[in-house]
Ligand binder design. Structure first.
Ligand code: ZN
Length: 344
């Protein structure tokens, strides 16, 4: 079969690889109908050391179950499924607490042992716990939004939940990438009255405003902090959704949170120590967040998508086939595309 392999920074190729196959009795084999390129795929695209073997990319997908192992009970051949970016058994103590990303039998797609989903097919460990079976036939027009439930929409929602967004509160979203845009949707859905987007790309800002952003701050660093404070009576916002993962974004996040507020961080941190520990301490600002338990959130978000109340699929502004994946990485990295969908 064919799959997307990253060999080093800026070096993504589509290669012939051994067919995905069942390895454990709890596995399912899924034929990918749609996958996508994630903002977090851009970190290795920028700095991965060159390798001979490469890394099989992709952790966001929807598809059809092709075969299942002997111990798979609930997922059946032919089911149309969402594959969240982390696999999980659905039965352990953390899965029961809704924290599937800490599953004792869990892990992430796109690693050496569990190859990624920007491919024709993927092996899904812990199929019963991992895969979310979609009900019945699904409208083609909904595919993009369903795909976002594998990661970005769940991640934006997690940022809002961990930033403790509440009805009537104020929120700021740092980052105008696909996760930040989904964070705007989530903050609005949870009732934030004012949603300030920190971003600087006109196309993304326009979409954020359609999703519910009420203000836009395009300054950076100290100027951005001053601007958000100015917009909020000098105090800052109750909830900050940090959707970037860079140290300066985190420092901004802490400094625009009002006393007693919270930061929900969902960007993979690219700093060794958390910036802003002193202002966070003196302001009693909670620093929360982590990898989103996307699997647990599908239950809540799916009806919103199916009934058209939210349209997170609008973050996709480019569709490529598998051969187009390398150019998709380039386009996202150069901010030419917000998010790229891959249709194998
Ligand atoms: Zn578990």
């Amino acid at each position: 079969m064919r799959a997307t392999v990253m060999f080093g920074a800026g070096d993504v190729r589509v290669e012939r690889v051994p067919d995905a196959r069942l390895m454990e009795p709890t596995d399912a084999l899924v034929t990918i109908t749609r996958a996508s390129i994630c903002g977090s795929d851009l970190w290795p695209y920028k700095d991965m050391a060159q390798t001979q073997t490469g890394r099989r990319m992709g952790h966001e997908a929807i598809g059809v179950v092709e075969s299942v192992g002997s111990e798979v009970r609930t997922v059946r051949v032919g089911d149309f499924v969402i594959m969240p970016f982390a696999f999980s058994d659905g039965t352990c103590v953390f899965c029961h607490e809704g924290l599937n990303t800490s599953c004792v039998h869990g892990g992430f797609f796109g690693t050496e042992s569990v190859p990624g989903a920007q491919a024709e097919a993927v092996r899904v460990p812990q199929a019963d716990g991992t895969l979310y079976v979609l009900p019945g036939r699904t409208d083609e027009a909904l595919m993009a939004s369903l795909l976002t439930l594998s990661d970005v929409m769940g991640t934006g929602h997690h940022a809002a939940i961990t930033a403790r967004v509440r009805r009537g509160g104020t929120a700021a979203v740092i980052g105008d990438g696909a996760v930040g845009l989904c964070g705007v949707i989530a903050a609005r859905r949870l009732g934030a009255e004012r949603i300030i987007l920190l971003g600087r790309h006109p196309d993304r800002i326009a979409l954020a405003e359609q999703f519910g952003a009420t203000d836009v701050v395009s300054e950076r660093g100290a100027e951005a902090i001053a601007r958000v404070r100015e917009l909020t009576g000098g105090f800052g916002v109750h909830s900050v959704l940090e959707c970037v993962g860079a140290g300066d974004a985190m420092l901004t996040a802490v400094n625009i949170a009002r006393a007693g507020g919270a930061v929900g961080r969902v960007g993979v941190p690219h700093y060794a120590a958390t910036p802003g520990s002193e202002p966070a301490f003196y302001g009693n600002i909670g620093i929360n967040g982590g990898p989103a338990p996307a699997r647990a959130y599908i239950e809540e978000l799916l009806p919103e998508v199916l009934e058209g109340r939210i349209e997170p699929g609008r973050v996709f502004d480019r569709l490529v086939d598998l051969d187009g994946a390398p150019d998709g990485y380039r386009a996202m990295n150069e901010r030419e595309a917000i998010k790229v969908m891959v249709k194998p």
